[in-house]
Design a protein around this ligand. Structure first.
Ligand SMILES: [Mn+2]
Length: 289
């Protein structure tokens, strides 16, 4: 298997393809964003930032790098949304045959429905947890059914089992759908006011689970650079708590981290994402799966 010239954790990472348990696939696609740009440059920014991570996780008390983390060359990008969806789906299908835990590095959020489609085919039944500021339930947006604003509408066509956490922006139509079909959506307001029991909603999801993480779920003090920013997000510790709980209680079979908008003026955001990805790997190592 050909590996990327830039590896997660940098030149000190001596993982090899044969023994690695984790693989990172960069998907530098920003064809479907609507507001800010820069998601195409995000995977490289995160890989560069990952050179400065400590290998030791002081909370988990392990060195997750020893499980082997390899980074594959980025998916080649096309501008047509439907064609890109197909390319990502095919690439995901190829790599899923190797039985390594996949982490997909976006790119805008539209990539997730193609990834979910490939994983659903592999596992048969699959639930989805989305951590995001946006509901992403529009049937289409700006003329495209593959818009990042429609990604959860596409995923909900593939599974009735989805939980959305951190949402603080939606259209009236999205709100009516959530209400009508009693979709499992924990808005940020409900999270803060303890009006929604997301732990029970999570417990009710059948396994396995796919986690799609839109970095705009974070407060701007953690992630300043994202395509469609919303004020009032999660702190770093809140996210780690939620993600840890997901890995501790559910069999997670893959994750994506999307919607970083890379900027030369912000080194903090890509570093935070590199650290989040590394934390996810550590949490997976320590989990029941
Ligand atoms: Mn979002």
């Amino acid at each position: 298997m050909q590996l990327n010239s830039k590896q997660f954790l940098g030149p000190e990472n001596h993982a090899d393809w044969e023994t690695a348990r984790y693989l990172i696939l960069p998907i530098p696609y920003e064809g479907a964003v609507s507001y800010g740009t820069g998601t195409g440059a995000a995977p490289v920014a995160v890989l560069d930032a990952s050179n400065y991570l400590e290998f030791w996780d002081e909370v988990l008390k392990i060195d997750p790098s020893t499980a082997g983390i390899v980074t594959l060359p980025p998916v080649r990008v096309r501008q047509d949304h439907a064609e890109m969806h197909e390319i990502i789906y095919q690439r995901a299908k190829e790599i899923l045959q190797y039985d390594k835990f996949p982490l997909f590095l976006g790119g805008d959020h539209s990539i997730s429905s193609a990834l979910f489609r490939a994983l659903k085919e592999k596992y048969g039944r699959l639930s989805c947890v989305q951590i995001d500021a946006h509901a992403d339930l529009r049937d289409s947006y700006e003329g495209s059914r593959f818009s990042h604003a429609s990604v959860m509408a596409r995923i909900r066509e593939m599974t009735p089992h989805a939980l959305q956490i951190g949402v603080r922006s939606m259209s009236q139509e999205e709100a009516e759908w959530i209400e009508r079909d009693r979709l499992a959506v924990c808005t940020m307001h409900a999270f803060r006011s303890r009006l929604y029991d997301w732990r029970t909603a999570l417990a009710n999801l059948p396994e396995p689970v796919y986690l799609t993480f839109d970095v705009d779920a974070f407060d701007w003090s953690v992630i300043a650079s994202t395509g469609t920013p919303e004020p009032g997000g999660f702190t770093w510790d809140e996210v780690l708590h939620i993600v840890q709980h997901i890995f501790q209680t559910k069999r997670v079979i893959g994750c994506d981290v999307v919607e970083l908008s890379a900027s030369p003026h912000d080194r903090n955001s890509p570093f935070a994402i590199a650290k989040l990805v590394y934390k996810m790997i550590g949490m997976h190592i320590m989990s029941k799966s």
